[in-house]
Structures are given as C-alpha cells and as structure tokens.
Ligand binder design. Structure first.
Ligand code: ZN
Ligand code: ZN
Length: 599
C-alpha cells in the first residue's frame, strides 16, 4: 500500500505506516466500454531488450533496497530488515552509482519514447538517492527516518499474504530490530528539534506493533512452539530497544544544532530532482505568487456577488478585499453536512462525480476497479483528514481505499469548525481531488501502464498536479453549475496550493518566520489558526514536497493550453486527458516534451 495524498494532513509522516482494514465495496455499476487506446505496446527489438534490462535492474534494486520492494508490493524480502549503518549506506550508494553509470552507457538506439522515459526516470531516481545519501544526509539530522515499526505494520496488515508465511517472515525480521535502533542512534548527529519531536511521537506510537499487534498475532498462530517463543521474546526485545532509543534521543545534547531550514543550494537541487516540471524553484515561487494575486482578484468579485454588495468597485486593495472575501467564505461555509453523516456524504458523492465525467465525456473511467470508502485506519487517526491508499504495482488486484477521518474524537466546537471547512462545496472539491477524476482515476491509469519503472517511481508533482488540475477542469466543464459559491470554494482551495509553494520556498530560502507564515496562511489564504499552524509544522518537517501541488498543476494546465493553441479545432479534451494519463506517473516535463513533439 502506498499513500498518495497528504493534502489535508496537518502533519506529514516521513515514513508512513499502512494497515488495511475491511471496508464496504462498491459493486461496479457500468459495463466496461472497449478499452481506450492508451496502451503503449513496445514493438521494436530494442524496446524488448530494454524491458528485460529494466526488469532485471528492478530486481537488483529490490534486493539492494528491500523496503522499496515491500512498499511496491513485492514481498520476497519481508524477512530482511536492513539496519541504518555506515556500511550499509556505503554499499547502497555504491550500488546506485554503478547502476546509474550502466544506464548512462546503455545504448538507446531505436528505443521508443516510453523506454527513453524509463531510462530518464531511473537515472533521476538513482541520482536523487545518491544526492540524498551523500549531500542532503537527512539520515544524520532527521531521526524520524529511522523507524522500523511501519514496515512491520504494513506486512502484518497485508491480508493477501498467507498468515503463517507472513508471521514467519516477521519473526525473522524482528531479530534485527535492536541492532537497527543501535545503528540509528549511531547515525545521528545534531538532529533538528522538530524532527526529533516527530520521531519520538512516531516511534512511541509505532512500538504498539511489537507490544501487542504482532505479539497477539504470534500468540494466536499455529507456528512451531520454538519459533513462536523466540519471536515473542524478540517482540519484547524490540519494544525495549525502541524505548531506549527514544530515551536516548530525548536526552541528546546536540538536539537543535541543525537548522530545519534547508540551505538554498540543497533546496534547489532537491527541487530539481523531485519536481521535474521544467521550472526552477524560484520560477515556481514567482508563478505561485502571481497566482495568489490573480485569485484574490477573482475571489473579491465573487465575494461582492455572494454578499450581494452593489455599487462597489471591482477593484480594491488587499486591506479592503481580503476581509470581504473572508466574510463571503464564512457565509458559504455554514452550509455543511452533519458530523455523523460526513463519511456517508463522501460516499454518496463518488457515483455522482463518475456520472458527470462520463456524461461530459471527459475521460474513460474503468468501472472494474472500485474505490472503497472507509473510515481512516487507527494508525492514521488525527493525521490525515482524507487520503487515498493504493495497491503497489505488484498488487494489481488490491483495493484502493479512500480513507476518511472520523470526527468522533472532536469536541463540539472543533467539529463545527471542521464541518465548515469541509462545507458542501469544499467537500465536492475534495472528492474530485482524492477520487474522481483525481488521484484514484490517475492511479487506475497508472497501474495499466506497462512500465514497471513508472509504476514504482511515480513523480509526485505529476500525481498531485493531476489531482489539482482536475478540480479546475471539472468546474470549467460545469460541475457545480457555475455557482459563485462553488467557484469561491474552489479558489480558496487552489489558493492553498499556491500558498503551499510560497510558504515552502520562503521558509527554506528566505528565512520566513512562523509569524510571517501564519499571517500569509491566515489573512491571505483564509485558513483557520489550526490549519495554519499545522501547515507551518509540516513545512518545517519537510521541504519541496509542498511545492508539488501547485507546480504540477501549473505545468499541466499550461501544457493543455499550449496544445489547444497548437491543435485548434482538432483539440479533444478526452483524448488529451487519456494520453496524458497513459504515460503513467511520469514527470510532467517528459510528458509535455512528448505530447508537444507528436501532438
Ligand atoms: Zn493529493
Ligand atoms: Zn454549522
């Protein structure tokens, strides 16, 4: 299982843990139409040869990085826990350099675009990982990178694996946990205070897998007594080692000696590797700032309509405009569902979105892959308000889940604020983004992509950018009946993506303070105190990732407009969407290059 969208997450989990729980399944209600023409079938000998090479390369990669295999759904190495030692990091770095070198030397004569894209993606991925290990060195200053618990939960929760085989693998995997924590402790040097706090809370919570979840499963298993007893003892050792790690972490004298702000040179490089839409970090920042101003203007005009204010100039300075926009947002936010019907409201909207996409002929939707709406699993509770977890490329039959946060733990005031935030309008935009035709739809296409490389190394800006793009695309096509309320809710939502980029760039490159950040988010992006504080925290724990939403969106939108201008009357929106998605989760810059070259 991989998690896709941390859109609503106040906190970003560095190594997310996953669990599957049984949820209701929607029966497909439509018969499949003939498969769309998006299959890229490799024909040439050169492509066949490349595909073989790529498959073998990925096998080597999984062997060198068993955790990557696990999250891709390849469970052959579940019993292997690689400890974070210098020796292992050096060996892995060597592996990456060797493979990257071989890719440089690979003869690309006669290769199709799809194969050339694979090569570019792999090279970028390996170089990014080399950069991360040797230059970024977050394994040194970010203790939350050293958390062995999540993978245990992931394996344990996998209902597709036979129970005994799974527990046997976990029993062996357990043996390395004490060494893992020991090596993690030795790896750390001058950790930042924010990442230390995160690690402490995540590991404290994560240890429950050894304390009870795995322990209970072992107790109830039919494993041979000797194996079982050893594994039970190892559960205890693992818990103990984790507790000691946390205690040592808290008492380190070097906490806070590294600034959580990335240095600008590191930021630029990380951005180049991760985003890949064809712009620099600074260009993305400038585009986001321009978008913010544009949105403020549009929102002001809508606010006048919604508040029924007449005779006002359509132009106003921020001092006058921003409070008025806030007032209009407050007004439309009062229309919201009840706390006890939140999940149901989401579930009911999915078929409506699907019907709209079909009715407007926006893209082909595969009816054989139902989306399962479920209450968010406990381990996610309080973290993500809504997210999609998807099967990896080797789990094609697996369910895709729409995890919806429960409001049960909230007080009345908190509940009301939450429901106003996810009012009737915003909730629809959320569902477009997460489900149809956003993340979930993109995923179904991506899993059809015959390229294992693209399935495994999905580009975040493409994935998030697509989801953000579909929000605007649906409204442009009349979803929500062009009501000022719907558009205002959308603009607020889109403004959040622009401000995410401004915030992330400013914090890591311009020394933006918490006070300045909160002012941007509260006054200019109309966010609540809670959301703004959560976003500040997330931006201190991560870097670059928050830029992927806006930057991906901006690039996809510009690509569409460029193609429209080029093709004129021949432009077809459905064909554009299907072709764009047919590349799998490839970087937008590579997709754009190909689509513009051969429209
Ligand atoms: Zn998303
Ligand atoms: Zn209310």
């Amino acid at each position: 299982m991989r998690i896709l969208c941390f859109w609503l997450a106040g906190l970003f989990m560095a190594s997310p843990v996953f669990a599957q729980k049984k949820g209701a399944t929607h029966a497909p209600t439509h018969t499949p139409s003939p498969a769309a023409s998006f299959k890229q079938t490799p024909v040439s000998e050169a492509d066949k040869k490349w595909n073989l090479y790529a498959d073998e390369l990925i096998q080597r990669y999984f062997k060198a990085n068993p955790e990557a295999a696990l999250y891709a759904g390849d469970h052959r190495y579940d019993s292997v826990l690689v400890v974070p030692s210098n020796e292992n990091r050096d060996a892995y770095s060597q592996f990456l350099q060797t493979e990257s070198g071989s890719l440089d030397a690979y003869d690309t004569t006669g290769l199709s675009t799809a194969s050339l894209m694979d090569i570019a993606i792999l090279k970028n991925e390996f170089n990014q990982q080399i950069f991360s290990l040797n230059k970024l060195t977050s394994w040194q200053w970010n203790p939350s990178e050293h958390n062995p618990c999540g993978a245990f939960s992931e394996i344990l929760a996998n209902r597709k694996l036979p129970s005994t085989a799974k527990l046997r693998a976990l029993g062996i995997r357990l043996r390395n946990v004490p060494l893992y924590f020991k090596m993690a402790q030795q790896s750390l040097l001058n950790p930042t205070s924010v990442h230390t706090q995160l690690a402490v809370s995540q590991i404290k919570n994560g240890l429950i897998v050894f304390e009870s979840e795995l322990r209970d499963s072992l107790l109830n298993s039919k494993l041979p007594a000797a194996f079982k007893n050893r594994a039970l003892a190892d559960c205890q050792r693992a818990t103990q080692a984790g507790r000691e790690f946390v205690e040592n972490l808290i008492s380190r004298p070097d906490i806070g000696k590294t600034d959580f702000r990335l240095r600008p040179d590191l930021y630029e490089r990380k951005f180049d590797y991760a985003i890949q839409t064809g712009v620099t970090a600074e260009e993305a920042y400038k585009a986001a700032t321009a978008r913010k101003e544009e949105l403020h203007k549009k929102m002001y005009e809508l606010a006048l309509k919604i508040l029924k204010i007449e005779g006002k100039s359509e132009q106003a300075g921020p001092k006058e405009a921003l409070p008025l926009i806030q007032k209009a947002i407050d007004k439309i936010s009062l229309r919201h569902c009840r706390a006890d019907s939140f999940q149901e409201a989401i579930r009911n909207q999915i078929p409506k979105l699907t019907a709209f996409v079909r009715y407007k002929n926006l893209m082909y939707l595969d009816p054989s892959k139902p989306l399962v709406v479920r209450k968010e699993p406990d381990y996610m509770a309080g973290v993500a308000g809504a997210s999609i977890s998807a099967p990896g490329p080797f789990e094609k039959g697996g369910n895709t889940y729409y995890n919806v946060g429960s409001l049960a733990g909230m007080g009345d005031v908190e509940k009301e604020l939450y429901l106003r935030e996810y009012n009737n309008y915003t909730l629809q935009i959320l569902n477009i983004h997460e489900a149809v035709p956003g993340h979930y739809t993109q995923l179904v296409y991506a899993n059809k992509s015959p390229s294992l490389v693209k399935s495994i190394f999905g580009n975040g800006a493409m994935i998030e950018g697509w989801a953000v793009y579909t929000e605007l695309m649906m409204l442009e096509n009349g979803y929500g009946g062009n009501s000022p309320e719907m558009w205002l809710a959308y603009y607020k939502w889109n403004l959040r993506t622009a401000c995410n980029t401004i915030l992330d760039y400013s914090i890591h490159n311009k020394g933006m303070t918490e006070e300045e950040a909160l002012d941007l988010l509260r006054r200019e992006a109309f966010q609540t105190e809670t959301e703004a504080k959560g976003k500040w925290k997330r931006a201190t724990l991560t870097s670059v990732q928050l830029c992927s939403y806006f930057t991906g969106f901006d690039a996809i939108y510009k690509l569409r407009e460029e193609l429209k201008a080029k093709q004129g009357a021949a432009f077809n929106l459905k064909a554009f969407h299907e072709r764009f998605l047919s590349y799998g989760s490839a970087p937008v810059s590579l997709i754009a290059k190909d689509m513009l070259l051969k429209p």
